[in-house]
Ligand binder design. Sequence first.
Ligand code: NDP
Ligand code: 8X3
Length: 249
Amino acid sequence: MNIVLVTGASSGFGQAICRKLIADGYKVIGAARRLDKLQKLAQELGANFLPLTLDVSKKDSVETILLQLPKEFQPIDILINNAGLALGLEPAYEADYNDWQTMIETNVIGLVHLTHQILPGMVERNSGYIINLGSVAGTYPYKGGNVYGASKAFVKQFSANLRTDLLGKKIRVTNIEPGLCGGTEFSNVRFHGNAEQAAEVYKDVDFITPEDIANTVSWLVNTPSHFNVNSIEIMPVAQASAGLAVSKG
Ligand code: NDP
Ligand code: 8X3
C-alpha cells in the first residue's frame, strides 16, 4: 500500500496529511481546485508528490482526470476524502440556499464521486483503505450547523455502510470526526473571507492542529491490515458537548 490520494490538499488538514505521508515514505497525489497552492507544495515535497487540479463536485471531470493519472501514481491504495467546507453559521431560516447547495455538492456528492470511482479497483485487488473526514458536527447538533452537520452525518453513515458492504474484503474504512481545529482556512471559508470573525473562533482556545490530524492519519494507515478503526472522534480538551437547551416561557 503506497499510493495515496488526498483531496483538499491545497490547505489545512489535506496539506498536513500530504507532508506527513510523504515523510512516511508514501507516494501522494494531492488534489484540489487551486493549482498554485498545490504547485508550491509540490516544490517542497518533491517527485513523490503529484499535484492534481480537481473539483470533487464535477463528476465527469473527476472520472476523466483519475483515468489519466500517470502510471507511477496508479493504482490508488489509500483514498483520503478530506475536501470539504462549511459555509455560513446562520439559523436555517436565514441561510443562503447557494451555501447549502455548495456544501452538499462538496461534502456529500464530491465524496461519493471519488469513492464510487476508486472503490471498485480496490475490491478487484482486494486491498485498500478509505479514510473520510467527517466531523463532530455529524454527531452533535449546534446552532447554525444545519446543512454542514447534516452533510457530515451523511459521511458518518456512509462510512459505516461501506464497512458493511465490504465485510469479507480486505478493505478498511475509517471516519475521522474532529472537533475544533485551528490553523486551516475552515473558518475563513465558513465566514466568506471575514478574517476577524474567523479569528474569533480560535481566540484563547488551545485547539487541535492540522498536524494532529495528519499524525492520526499516519497512525491509521500504519496499523496492521487486520485492524479497522471504524470512527475516531477527536476534540481539543477545551471542547465538550454542551448538553440540551430549553427555551422557557
Ligand atoms: P480548509 O478550508 O483549510 O481546506 C479545505 C480543502 O478542501 C482545501 O484544500 C480546498 O481546496 C478543498 N476543497 C474545497 N472544495 C473543493 C472542491 N469542490 N474540490 C476539491 N477540493 C475542494 O479546511 P480544513 O483543512 O479545516 O478541512 C478539511 C476537512 O476537514 C473538511 O472536510 C472539513 O469539513 C473537515 N473538518 C474540519 C474541521 C476544522 O475545525 N477545521 C473540524 C472537523 C472536520 P481548494 O479551495 O483549492 O479546492
Ligand atoms: C468542523 C468542526 O465544530 O466547526 O467540522 O463544526 S465544527
